[in-house]
Design a protein around this ligand. Structure first.
Ligand code: S3P
Length: 162
C-alpha cells in the first residue's frame, strides 16, 4: 500500500501522514525532509539563496526517487502539483489523497509561520490557493475535507475508505 497526501500548506499533511503511518504500520516519507537532507539547507535558505526553481528541481528529483517505493505514506509539499511530472512519479501503484482545507482555516493555522517562504506574500496567497485547488482536485483519488475535524477523525476517514 502506498498513500500520497497532497494539499495546500497548513492542510495537515505531515501530522496526518505520521499518524496514518503508525496506525497502518507503514514507513512515513516527507518530500520536504528529503530535500533538506539532500541540500543541507532549510527551505527558506534554498528559496532565498538558490531560488524557487532550484527547490522545484529538487522536488522533482525526490518524487522520481519515490516512484517505485511501496508500503509507505508520502507527505508532499503544497506545491508538488505545480509540476505534473511529480504526480506521475508518485501515483505509480499509489493512491492520492487530497486533504482539503479552506483558506480561512489555513490562515488561522499558519498565523505565526516562519518556515514557509511562499506564505509570506499575502497578496498572492488567494490566487495561489485557487489555482492549486483545481489541481489537487484533478489529481486526487480521494478528497477528505479537514475543516473542523480532529486528526483522529481525518485518519479514521482515510483508513475506512481504503
Ligand atoms: C510549498 C509548501 C511547503 C514547502 C515549500 C513550498 C508550496 O510544504 O514544500 O515551502 O509551494 O506550497 P508544506 O505544504 O508542507 O507547507
Amino acid at each position: 500500500m502506498k498513500i500520497i497526501l497532497i494539499g495546500f500548506m497548513g492542510s495537515g499533511k505531515t501530522t496526518v501522514a505520521n499518524i496514518l503511518a503508525k496506525k497502518l504500520n507503514l514507513e512515513v516519507i516527507e518530500i520536504d525532509q528529503l530535500i533538506l537532507k539532500k541540500s543541507g539547507k532549510s527551505i527558506n535558505q534554498i528559496f532565498s539563496e538558490d531560488g524557487e526553481m532550484r527547490f522545484r528541481e529538487l522536488e522533482i528529483k525526490m518524487a522520481k526517487s519515490l516512484a517505485k517505493k511501496d508500503k509507505c505514506i508520502i507527505s508532499t509539499g503544497g506545491g508538488v502539483v505545480i509540476n505534473k511530472i511529480n504526480i506521475d512519479y508518485l501515483k505509480e501503484n499509489g493512491k492520492i489523497i487530497f486533504l482539503k482545507t479552506s483558506l480561512s482555516e489555513v490562515k488561522k493555522r499558519l498565523k505565526n509561520d516562519k518556515v514557509r517562504p511562499l506564505f509570506k506574500n499575502k497578496k498572492f496567497i488567494k490566487k495561489m490557493f485557487d489555482f492549486r485547488q483545481a489541481l489537487y482536485e484533478e489529481y486526487a483519488d480521494l478528497i477528505i475535507s479537514t475543516d473542523g475535524k480532529s486528526v483522529e477523525k481525518i485518519t479514521y476517514e482515510i483508513i475506512s475508505q481504503n
